[in-house]
Design a protein around this ligand. Structure first.
Ligand code: XMP
Length: 600
């Protein structure tokens, strides 16, 4: 490949996104291990050091090649990479007093090199704990934010640059311009395309498969549909067979819709299995989200094994196909230096075993959703399929939160609530910590913490500000939700519950109401996805509460809560509250980070 850029993976949640962004600039980019030898690194026209969950002071800091700054190749360090560059070249890195997540304003001192062509002040996306306190000799400070004096630094003579923030995420609006500047500094020619990718992957699929065939999981979502078409194109329809499993965790009527839509689009080589009872019995009594994910992932493989037997398919001749995309791997802790955020259903132990035996093919595993959609469009798949909202493999199994009923609010949580209230009251809102926890992602780590409910009326900007301040400052809280209905919030208690059909049916109804409202108001295209979440919280210990989680995103690694018109949100809340069994309806006003898109 011509003029490649190497991305050194220190385990950051956005590492692969950097490669994705560079490819968007039509320069080929690939991920390499930071301890690659100098001969390997010299093949690149430039190197980007990713962020990561470590601190430069950790004893088990990822291993790296210390000569990488002396190869005469431009280097850009991002977040952890910025700290490593500073520390290695004689600067000083200090742990932050306050960790910082979300948007900040970068005041630019020198609009040259990496920051050429930008405005005096730019919005940038932060997600870090440590910071550079003193730049190394030869470096100049190029930009600062209110809480980070050395947010951008560079030594133009050696073409070494460091940024504390993340130019690779879409929430740094001019981040692409910064990466474009870096690619220009490296002297790369911009001629690479996704068409090249399709051609090389068709050949790679044929080489990998030899005379074997693929039995592919098809959920009906974008990833598995694109994988289906790509595999068929490489191998021919006779050698690819789809398996759709109705796991009892799908949305209302979804499996029937998926079957009709596959048939309508000309797929006939697929098999549908109703396995709802198997999944629900395997999940009985299980409340922890990671345990649920592992069981669901394992069930998929067990149901597939039974389906193969029923169909008489020889396991040596038919290997498993999955529409796994890159975030599934990275969030499952599947690269050397990354932390586990959540175990995606397609990355459980049984699947890892099959991967180790070479018995899985995942043609999209290096791509992000936006790239998968581009491949889908280039392959001629109808827009209605390519642009479907994403739906997670474990489906409503993760969106219905469960509890063993032991969640109580101790002293630390009560103090957290008092601090949150102090922040909220400055804007006329009240705040209450909720007695349940959910998964979030902060500074490349998984968090498992409480949501805070904001009560009152205000505008979106204020909600964003309050939500960001609370989640940045209070470690016990990783999300903020706005109470939509009822108008006041009685004390809520958590009930002990697992994933019952009754609870899933209630969530299916609430989800159908919310999705219908989005369609009716022409809002489906304005948002990326809107999980509807069931929380076992109520005043009587019997009913449940709902959270609406509309988000905008490009590739799901970062997301903003979406601002749908308040009258539409209120109508959804009224209609959902009218379902018997619902106590309260909330609207999630948390970005990712610190929240994730899903709740679990
Ligand atoms: P999070 O919650 O991690 O979600 O911010 C990012 C995107 O991934 C989807 N998601 C999944 N997709 N298997 C999937 O195929 C999974 O286990 C899974 N978990 C989350 C989620 O819906 C969002 O689009």
């Amino acid at each position: 490949m011509q003029d490649p850029i190497g991305v050194l993976d220190f385990g950051g949640q956005y590492t692969h996104l950097i490669a994705n962004r560079i490819r968007r600039l039509r320069v080929y980019s690939e991920i390499v291990s930071p301890d690659s030898d100098s001969d390997r690194l010299r093949n690149f026209k430039g190197l980007i050091l990713s962020g990561g969950p470590s601190s430069v002071y950790d004893a088990d800091q990822p291993r790296f090649n210390p000569n990488l700054f002396d190869l005469g190749i431009p280097v850009l360090g991002l977040c952890y990479g910025h700290h490593l560059m500073a520390q290695q070249l004689g600067g000083v890195v200090e742990p932050g007093q306050t960790k910082e997540y979300g948007a900040a304003q970068l005041d630019i001192r020198e609009k040259a090199g990496i920051l050429e062509g930008l405005e005096d002040s730019e919005t940038v996306w932060m997600s870090h704990g440590d910071h550079v306190a003193q730049a190394p000799p030869g470096f100049r400070v190029l930009g600062s934010t209110a809480s980070c004096a050395i947010a951008a630094m560079g030594d133009p003579n050696r073409e070494l640059y460091g940024l504390q923030f993340h130019p690779e995420v879409t929430h740094t609006p001019n981040g692409m311009r910064m990466l474009e500047n870096f690619v220009a500094l490296c002297g790369c020619e911009r001629t690479w395309t996704m068409g090249n990718y399709i051609e090389s992957s068709l050949q790679a699929i044929r080489d990998r498969m030899g005379d074997r065939n693929v039995f592919l999981f098809v959920s009906g979502g974008v990833d598995s549909t694109v994988a289906f078409v790509l595999l068929e194109k490489a191998l021919g329809a006779k050698r690819v067979y789809g398996l759709h499993i109705d796991n009892g965790l799908m949305r209302k009527n979804e499996s029937a819709l998926v079957r009709d839509s596959l048939l309508e689009h000309g797929f006939t080589n697929f098999y549908v299995v109703d396995a709802g009872t198997d999944f629900l019995s395997a999940l009985r009594g299980v409340v922890h989200p990671e345990a649920k994910r592992r069981i669901i992932g394992t069930q998929f493989i067990e149901v597939r094994d039974r389906a193969m037997e029923q169909l008489g398919l020889d396991p040596e001749q038919w290997i498993l196909g999955q529409g796994t995309i890159y975030p599934d791997t990275i969030e499952s802790g599947g690269t050397k230096n990354a932390a586990v955020i959540k175990t995606h259903h397609n990355r459980v132990a049984l699947v890892e075993e099959l991967i180790a035996q070479g018995k899985i093919i995942e043609p999209l595993s290096q791509l992000y959703k936006d790239e998968v959609r581009e491949v889908g469009e280039r392959l001629g798949i109808p827009k209605s399929l390519v642009w479907r909202h994403p739906f997670p493999g474990p489906g409503l199994g993760v969106r219905a939160l469960c509890s063993d009923g032991s969640e109580s609010l101790g002293e630390a949580e009560q103090n957290a609530e008092a601090s949150a209230r102090e922040i909220a009251r400055k804007t006329g809102l009240d705040a209450r910590i909720l007695p349940i926890k959910s998964v979030g992602v902060q500074g490349d780590f998984r968090t498992y913490a409480h949501p805070v409910a904001l009560i009152g009326t205000t505008d979106w900007q204020t909600l964003e500000r309050v939500s960001t301040e609370i989640t940045n400052r209070i470690p016990q809280i990783n999300r903020a939700v706005l109470l939509l209905r009822p108008d006041t919030l009685p004390p809520l208690f958590v009930k002990s519950c697992d994933l019952s059909k009754k609870r899933l049916d209630l969530l299916r109804e609430a989800d159908a109401i919310a999705t219908h409202a989005l369609e009716e108001h022409g809002l489906m295209d304005a948002i990326w996805q809107m999980p509807v979440v069931l929380l076992p919280l109520s005043s009587d210990g019997e009913k449940e509460s709902i959270v609406l989680r509309p988000v905008v995103s490009k590739e799901a690694m970062t997301a903003r809560f979406s601002e749908i018109p308040m009258d539409v949100a209120m109508k959804m809340a009224d209609d959902i509250s009218a379902l018997s069994g619902i106590e309260a309806v909330f609207y999630d006003v948390t970005h990712k980070p610190p929240g994730t898109i899903e709740w679990e």
